[in-house]
Design a protein around this ligand. Structure first.
Ligand code: GRF
Length: 202
């Protein structure tokens, strides 16, 4: 396995799934949040995982924040970065040093409904099918090559919370699968296409 850092701003249910995963859990070496009150931090502490809070207010601009974050992860020997509900956009100062090693989770079928409100936007648009995307992060928001993507039907009478519940359930399956595939060297990026080898193959 590889040393994993998880970046999270909020509840941290996806972080929890990673921490509880028999393969990945012990590899999560660091959890970073931009919000000191993020419940995700408590989840990490509960498992004895090192946490760091990097508040944007302590930095002059986005570039200096991103550079500090990259330096922190490099110092920790991070090999895989997982954005699990990290609500900050990361620029080139962070993305370049970790290119091809940053995974993001998005609660819609990209390239539809990018941004911070993927579930509400899909519901509001009236789509009958939405879903979950796990993708590599590049220098554009919600844009990098797609690793896994699966659909979730929108049901008659769905509200944001009912749809979100089914989306999160799927996220909790796809994110660990993607982290495992990356850690096992089963993902190969070829332009926009990610080739995924089956589990048990190299
Ligand atoms: C997830 O829905 C993810 O797709 C989005 O933020 C949410 C994080 O949820 N980027 P949690 O904090 O892991 O519970």
């Amino acid at each position: 396995m590889a040393s994993v850092a998880v970046l999270a701003s909020g509840v941290g249910s996806n972080l929890q799934v990673l921490l509880d995963d028999p393969d990945i859990g012990s590899q999560v070496a660091l959890v970073v949040s931009d919000r000191p009150e993020a419940p995700a931090l408590e989840r990490a502490r509960g498992k004895g995982v090192k946490t760091v809070v990097l508040e944007p207010s302590g930095f002059e601009n986005r570039a200096s924040y991103d550079a500090a974050l990259a330096a922190l992860l490099e110092e920790e020997g991070t090999e895989i970065v997982v954005l699990a509900g990290f609500m900050r956009i990361l620029g080139p100062e962070f993305v370049r040093p970790f290119a091809g090693r940053i995974l993001n989770l998005h609660p819609a079928l990209l390239p539809s409904f990018p941004g911070a409100h993927g579930i509400a936007d899909a519901l509001g648009w009236g789509v009958k099918v939405t879903g979950v995307t796990v993708h590599f992060v590049d220098e554009e928001v919600d844009h990098g090559p797609i690793i896994f993507q699966e659909a979730v039907p929108v049901l008659e009478g769905d509200m944001e919370d009912t749809l979100a519940e089914r989306i999160h359930e799927l996220e909790h399956r796809l994110l660990p699968a993607a982290v495992r595939a990356q850690a096992e060297g089963r993902l190969r990026i070829d332009g926009r296409i990610v080739h995924v080898k089956e589990e048990g193959t190299k």
